[in-house]
Write a protein that binds this ligand. Structure first.
Ligand SMILES: Nc1nc2c(ncn2[C@@H]2O[C@H](COP(=O)(O)OP(=O)(O)OP(=O)(O)O)[C@@H](O)[C@H]2O)c(=O)[nH]1
Ligand SMILES: [Mg+2]
Length: 367
């Protein structure tokens, strides 16, 4: 039987990983086997580790987006199928990627029709940047080209899913959904909280639908798209933490996040997403995030542990020079670790600006 392929779009930090982890648990509770595929421009993914630490079978496509690594995506899904026999594949594309209907969904439907049954394509709406971008306020902290990507992501959605509704009172939520509805008329609108689970029955119901979905092929200018992506500085680093005495992993992650947020303010670069995962050698883990320059650093998943050694992975996506970003990450991690008697050894570190997307396939019209 064909495997259900569920891809969830949305801007950097919109809540894709949190949403997919919740959906995975819901599918499992209904007796369905789940496999997850993550994706990033570089190696050492916080998201892969976050999913695996929660016990989910996860494969990753690192180094470029799904659209440019389409064959890798199919191969990773194949590896999951061989090992896990999943009923559902959950796929998380890079949050700065768009045109996924033309480059991933349509080719999967056309070339792999017997293997996959592609679900409707929902895109998460990130309120912190989204409200400013849709109101045409100075591009939500980003340049108009990065804002262009944000809007194009929503334009190709079968449904727009407003996330983080736990943070809104009813009047503010009404205003936000009215704004989204006006900009994307006729597109079904869902309201969820990936944190609390509110609205997820409706999301699951949408994902189970069959019909003419995944057909909103964008009219898109790849020069603007590439320029918008290239404005983002990307940093992935993996660091070994060791100490002579136990240290509070959650407190250290919090201090690093606050230090990085302050460094980004000094650099003047809007934060798209700063994320960290700390893991001890026994599998306990903590995740911390900052999703915009005006939201507080948050320990999203706490470990409650005080190890003497741990691995730290830092993924930063900030509208600034990647070399400066890398220097700040190295400085902040070293300083915050030193302050609590922890030695930080950088094992790998990659900083880059995403290259121009060159999709493996692009369907100009829906099949
Ligand atoms: N309050 C609140 N926070 C949320 C919700 N959903 C996600 N978050 C938080 O938002 C942050 C980013 O969530 P992720 O799930 O990592 O976002 P993402 O879209 O996967 O990010 P990238 O993979 O970097 O693009 C984390 O701190 C989450 O805990 C929500 O519904 N409510
Ligand atoms: Mg993610």
């Amino acid at each position: 039987m064909a495997v259900r392929f569920v891809m969830l779009g949305g801007f950097l930090g919109a809540g894709k990983t949190t949403t997919l982890a919740r959906l995975a648990r819901m599918y499992q509770a209904r007796g369905r086997r789940v496999g997850i595929v993550t994706n990033d421009q570089a190696h050492d993914l916080v998201d892969t580790n976050t999913f695996r630490a929660q016990g989910f079978a996860t494969q990753e496509v690192p180094g470029a987006c799904f659209c440019c690594r389409f064959d890798d995506l199919v191969a990773r899904v194949g590896a999951l199928e061989a090992a896990e026999r999943p009923d559902v594949i959950l796929a998380e594309p890079v949050g700065s990627c768009t045109d996924l209907v033309a480059t991933v969904i349509q080719p999967l439907k056309d070339l792999y029709a017997g293997q996959f049954e592609v679900a409707p394509y929902p895109v998460l709406f990130k309120p912190s940047h989204g409200a400013r971008i849709l109101r045409d306020q100075p591009a939500g902290g980003f340049s108009p080209k990065a804002a262009y990507i944000f809007k194009k992501q929503l334009e190709e959605a079968d449904a727009i899913v407003v996330n983080r509704i736990d943070e809104f009172d009813p009047a503010a939520l009404d205003e936000l959904t009215r704004l989204v509805g006006e900009k994307y008329p006729g597109v079904p609108l869902l309201k969820v909280s990936a944190q609390t689970g509110e609205g997820f029955d409706a999301l699951l119901e949408l994902l189970d639908r069959r019909g003419a979905y995944g057909r909103r092929i964008l009219d898109i200018d790849y020069d603007t798209y590439a320029a918008g992506e290239a404005e983002l500085g990307w940093l992935n680093a993996s660091v070994r933490l060791t100490a002579a005495a136990p240290f509070d992993l959650d407190a250290l992650l919090g201090a690093v996040l606050r230090g990085l947020a302050a460094a980004c303010r000094t650099l003047g670069g809007e934060v798209a997403h700063l994320k960290l995962i700390g893991m001890d050698d026994a599998g306990a883990f903590a995740v911390g995030n900052v999703v915009s320059s005006d939201t507080e650093p948050k320990l999203s998943l706490a470990s409650g542990i005080s190890p003497v050694a741990a691995d730290l992975i830092v993924n930063a996506r900030v509208a600034t020079d990647p070399a400066l970003l890398e220097a700040e990450v190295r400085r902040v991690v070293a300083a915050e670790c030193a302050a609590v008697g922890v030695t930080a050894e950088f094992r790998t570190s990659q900083s880059l600006r995403p290259g121009r997307p060159v999709p493996t396939h692009r369907y100009a019209a829906a099949k």
